[in-house]
Design a protein around this ligand. Structure first.
Ligand SMILES: [Zn+2]
Length: 111
């Protein structure tokens, strides 16, 4: 999969989630652009810019799909994609598996 040139700041553990979200979105409409893909409070956030052909209903479907991915990201390690959980005892909330989780050292994920 070629990554489009977008403002994407999440780690690779979430790429499969993003790839699937992309397939779901493009099956609904192709008239959108990614504005930003980021992590916030340990969950995936994806912001789209919709084209003029996208009506309210279509937009709603896309937002539901994005919401489902955001929910799922709560249980997927952002660094390696394994099953993880949201760690709120770190300086910044992150979702990590047991292997990547390092108490008080959130910026050094294991490869
Ligand atoms: Zn991990």
């Amino acid at each position: 999969m070629t990554r489009p040139e977008i403002d994407c700041t999440v780690y690779s553990g979430w790429y499969p989630l993003l790839a699937r979200l992309h397939r779901q979105l493009t099956s609904v409409t192709s008239d959108f652009a990614y504005v930003q893909i980021k992590e916030k409070y340990g969950t995936l956030r994806c912001h789209l810019d919709y084209g003029e052909s996208v009506d309210e209903f279509t937009r709603g479907v896309c937002e539901v799909l994005i919401g489902a991915s955001t929910d799922e990201s709560r249980s997927v390690c952002e660094f390696c994609g394994k099953r993880g959980s949201t760690r709120d005892d770190l300086p910044r909330i992150k979702t990590m598996c047991a292997g990547c989780y390092r108490p008080r050292r959130p910026h050094a994920p294991a490869e």
